[in-house]
Design a protein around this ligand. Structure first.
Ligand code: GTP
Ligand code: MG
Length: 182
């Protein structure tokens, strides 16, 4: 078909998890070792062609610092999609991601397409948040928390690295594929 869709997408997650880096990688193909912390929010737009539609994503990259928390509803209200980002090397950022999931479940648009993203998967030696693969390697170790949590909460899950670019485009394309068609 010739569907043309405009969709608001919001990135949420603790400070330093790599939200801006994921967007910069996706929109400009770049990565900065010293990416500056976002103040308020930053806006980007990017158009994707998927099999049956052209999807224009209007991307709001929010600031993870706690003092900006009260601004978040302005960005997730009316959003068709959300990417909730944690850092696989910081368990605390995964706990924060679960809080975002709860907040969206309570206050967000119920049909929102939501992705849970474990970023910085290049830092395997510093990993604190396990996935299925780590579980299979250690069968007695029952906290393959991220993937299980995502399945239980109807989110789609991916690990990414904004640094190496692994899976970064895939998240945005998967969101575009899952958005309701006009
Ligand atoms: P706030 O704007 O404060 O909410 O942070 P943010 O989530 O936008 O994080 P940002 O993109 O600013 O990245 C924080 C730091 O992590 C920067 O120094 C990045 O270079 C680094 N970083 C981001 N993504 C990755 C990654 O995939 N791997 C590694 N090793 N470092 C990353
Ligand atoms: Mg940022």
């Amino acid at each position: 078909g010739n569907n043309s869709i405009n969709a608001k997408l919001v990135l949420l997650g603790d400070m330093g998890t790599g939200k801006s880096s994921l967007v910069l990688r996706f929109v400009k193909g770049q990565f900065l070792e010293f990416q500056e912390s976002t103040i308020g929010a930053a806006f980007f737009s990017q158009t994707l062609a998927v099999s049956d539609a052209t999807v224009k994503l209007e991307i709001w990259d929010t600031a993870g610092q706690e003092r900006y928390h009260s601004l978040a509803p302005m960005y997730y209200r009316g959003a068709a999609a959300a990417i909730i980002v944690y850092d696989i090397s910081r368990m605390e950022s995964f706990e924060r991601a679960k809080k975002w999931v709860q907040e969206l479940q309570k206050q967000g648009n119920p049909s929102m397409v939501t992705a849970l993203v474990g970023n910085k998967c290049d830092l395997e030696d510093k990993r604190e948040v396990l996935t299925e693969a780590s579980f299979l390697a250690e069968p007695d170790f029952f906290n393959y928390e991220a993937r299980t949590y995502a399945e239980e909460n109807g989110l789609f899950f991916m690990e990414t690295s904004a640094k190496t670019a692994i899976n970064v485009n895939d998240i945005f394309y998967e969101i575009a594929r899952r958005l309701p068609r006009a």
